[in-house]
Design a binder for this molecule. Structure first.
Ligand code: FPP
Length: 225
């Protein structure tokens, strides 16, 4: 059966630390190269025809990492937004943030609010998961649905952070690990999944193009026949 092209792809960007370790470099360098991979990918998504790319940048569990690494990641975030925002605006990339991002450092929250406002007119969504955990997202959505008086799957789904995004078609995780790590648990109900060995800093737009070809070859039945 001919199926639709993927419109929404999400990626668990894993393997920055191992990439650095293999080269005898500090983990921070792995994360820097990870940001470069993000930049490369965002620059390369236009021709792939995606409506939305969702990236797992910082999980609610990542706070357990050493302070120095958390600081490195937050500083990379600051620098990334500052340096790449003009390009997003120019290229029609619409930023969206999912997760409990309002509780990040106030300067980051302010930068993100500004970036959201500046990119609101874009046509291709880049959703970044920050301080994100899917179980919390579902609990928050269920609480909102209950408050509105209706706990149904549809009502909960509409209240998820991703409620305004297209359904997730494909989830990719890099670095050979095969688990979801509390990412988009609800949205993965009918998503296809692809686990690749490539470490995140080595991931290129060609890898995403290959993943989309792999997706095209699959037969999605959503429980039917
Ligand atoms: C996993 O690698 C990656 C992360 C915990 C963070 C992902 C962050 C980036 C790619 C950079 C920040 C992103 C943006 C959008 C500015 P790991 O450290 O768990 O690698 P390992 O499993 O090999 O140790």
């Amino acid at each position: 059966m001919q199926q639709d092209r993927a419109k929404h792809v999400a990626i668990i960007m894993d393997g920055n630390g191992r990439w650095a370790k293999r080269r005898g470099l500090p983990r921070a360098v792995g994360h820097q190269r990870g940001v470069e991979a993000v930049r490369r990918l965002v620059r390369g998504i236009e021709p792939l025809g995606l409506d939305c790319l969702t990236l797992y940048a910082f999980s609610s569990e990542n706070w357990k990492r050493p302070d120095e690494e958390v600081d490195d990641l937050m500083n990379l975030m600051r620098r990334f937004i500052k340096s790449d925002l003009p390009e997003f605006v120019e290229n029609g990339v619409k930023l969206k943030i999912i997760g409990d991002w309002q509780s990040l450092a106030p300067d980051i929250v302010a930068m993100l609010e500004d970036a959201l406002a500046q990119t609101a007119g874009g046509h291709q969504t880049l959703a970044v998961a920050l301080n994100y955990g899917a179980q919390h997202e579902i609990a928050r959505a269920a609480a909102k649905a209950a408050k509105a008086g209706e706990i149904t799957p549809e009502a909960i789904e509409a209240q998820l952070d991703t409620g305004d995004l297209p359904p997730l078609d494909l989830l990719i995780r890099t670095s050979g690990e095969v688990r979801l790590s509390n990412f988009l648990l609800w949205q993965c109900a009918y998503a296809e999944m692809l686990f690749v060995d490539t470490l995140w800093p080595d991931f290129k737009p060609e890898h995403l193009a290959q993943a989309l070809e792999n997706f095209d070859a699959r037969d999605r039945r959503y429980g039917g026949r």
